[in-house]
Ligand binder design. Structure first.
Ligand code: GLN
Length: 200
């Protein structure tokens, strides 16, 4: 089978690191800057960054609706941090004009870990991944509500945020609060590419 074509939403945020990991894993990784770039994708990554800025840029650039429609039509997606926020149905603690894409039936809270632990690292047991994943959190969201069709893949298990949900999956859509592209560990990207492979 040919290499999967994976887009990385490139309106704002940590695009380059994701492109690099995806290429290393054998995917054809392409930047998605305009609606036309959604054509022919087997999956899309929504990177970390600033969700309210992404919302504005997607809206101004006319890509919000086409992307939302592509997700609704079943395009596999992987959101990390701000990308998780963008994929959510409901966002708590955001700007009133910020929009999200509704591909995951969850509510997330932005900057949920608060000032004390705004950025931290911990090891997570992720359902479906053999050994613990070292996770880097940067002003991360957590998940406060999950719909019936959403599988919780990981929770924080220590510190003040003990129990917080930080990884979920709903069908072909994967969302995590942390930044796998900033570590050498590519297992979350592999997890996503396995989802994509299952659809081809
Ligand atoms: N706090 C950012 C937001 O609300 C997310 C941070 C990140 O992606 N590292 O969008």
């Amino acid at each position: 089978m040919s290499a999967p074509v994976i887009g990385v939403l490139a309106v704002q945020g940590g695009v380059r690191e994701h492109l690099r990991v995806l290429e290393r894993l054998g995917a054809t990784a392409v930047e998605v800057r305009r609606t036309a770039h959604l054509e022919g994708l087997d999956g899309i990554v929504l990177p970390g960054g600033e969700s309210t800025t992404m919302s504005t840029l997607l809206t101004v650039g006319g890509m919000f609706e086409p992307l939302r429609d592509a997700l609704a039509a079943g395009l596999p997606a992987f959101g990390t941090c701000a990308g998780l926020i963008m994929l959510s149905r409901e966002v708590l603690d955001t700007r009133p004009d910020a929009r999200s894409l509704g591909a995951l039936d969850i509510a997330v809270r932005r900057n949920a870990f608060g000032r004390q632990v705004a950025s931290f690292e911990t090891d997570l047991d992720v359902s479906g991944v053999d050994d613990p994943v070292h996770a880097v959190f940067i002003r991360a969201p957590w998940v406060e509500r999950v719909g019936d069709d959403v599988e919780v893949l990981a929770r924080v298990t220590d510190g003040p945020a003990d129990g917080a949900v930080v990884a979920v999956r709903q069908g072909v859509v994967l969302g995590i609060s942390f930044h796998p592209e900033l570590t050498e560990d590519d297992r979350m990207h592999r997890y996503f590419l396995d989802i994509v492979a299952g659809t081809r």
